[in-house]
Design a protein around this ligand. Structure first.
Ligand code: SF4
Ligand code: SF4
Length: 292
């Protein structure tokens, strides 16, 4: 079965039989990272390093539960090692086990060489803004993107107060990167409180209006349905079909506080996409085919 058929079966089970199968499991290989982004406090959770045996046991257990889509994340997953084992050994194990989609989330500072199905690289704006948010890394990331032969490469961009005014320039820039298939936008989520990166709901709506305009002529991965749902802030949450494994614990939806107020402010718009796909919105379904 390929990933598209699996997605179809997921939707049929959800709608006709009221049964929601596991959809996505994020596997935190380690919280170690070589960057120190302004919005990130993962180091406060401890390194949470997983060895190969734990990672493969977690992968196998999720497969037995029915999961077929695995997201490898961190920290920075390309930093992960267990003796001679690297990220590629984890990807290969997931493939052998039968996972249909294996996705890597990376900060892009290491060569992007992997047999994962899809890679999302975090870039949070044009050079100066990105470097102010994530530390000086933009040029290295662009070099790695240009050098990568991966065929399913996307950019993740988290919108906040510092980069919100350059989205038109940023999307035009992304259009010019030949091996990038598109950019997916998130909003900064106030996991640690309302900081200077946070955008108020009204400010978010103005940005979403701009993205709805920009997506007509730029390589923006968010669907129209997903952006409209984000504008209404009405996507279902927490997203029970998705979960994260971090060092022996499985967290539904995400590994941060499930405080309802935080969830109301959640900017994790890929869950808005999933919600709209499950509500059978055509633009969200078409989009899902691009990265599943
Ligand atoms: S690259 Fe990711 S894990 Fe590393 S500091 Fe930035 S947000 Fe945190
Ligand atoms: S903040 Fe809430 S809605 Fe957002 S990912 Fe976490 S649990 Fe899900």
């Amino acid at each position: 079965m390929n990933a598209s058929l699996y997605g179809l079966r997921f939707v049929i089970n959800h709608h006709l039989f009221g049964k929601t199968m596991p959809l996505i499991r994020g596997l935190v290989l380690s919280n170690r990272c070589n960057l120190h982004c302004a919005h990130c406090r993962l180091d406060e959770r401890g390194h949470q390093d997983m060895d190969f045996a734990e990672a493969t046991a977690a992968i196998d257990a999720y497969y037995r539960e029915g999961g077929r889509c695995l997201y490898l994340e961190g920290g920075e997953p390309f930093l992960w090692r267990d003796g001679p084992r690297t990220l590629e050994d984890i990807v290969a194990h997931a493939r052998r086990t039968g996972f249909l989609t294996v996705v890597v989330y990376t900060n892009g500072t290491f060569p992007i060489t992997t047999s994962a199905s899809t890679v999302f690289v975090s870039v949070d704006g044009l050079r100066e803004t990105h470097d102010s948010l994530r530390g000086v890394s933009y040029d290295r990331i662009m070099e790695n993107i240009h050098a990568s032969a991966h065929r399913s490469l996307f950019i993740n961009c988290t919108i906040n107060r510092r980069n919100r005014d350059e989205l038109a320039a940023f999307t035009a820039h992304v259009d010019g990167i030949p091996n990038i298939r598109g950019v997916f936008f998130y909003f900064h989520t106030p996991y640690y409180g309302y900081d200077d990166l946070y955008l108020e709901p009204g400010e978010r709506r103005a940005v979403l209006d701009e993205l709805l305009r920009l997506r007509k002529r730029h390589k923006i991965l968010n669907s129209r349905a997903g952006l409209l749902s984000a504008r209404r802030n009405d996507w279902k949450r927490p997203m029970a079909a998705c979960s994260v494994y971090e060092k022996g614990a499985v967290y539904p939806c995400c590994r941060f506080s499930h405080d309802p107020e935080l969830c109301r402010q959640c900017g994790y718009l890929s869950y808005a996409e999933i919600d709209q796909t499950l509500k059978l919105k055509p633009s969200a379904i078409l989009n899902a085919f691009k990265y599943f």
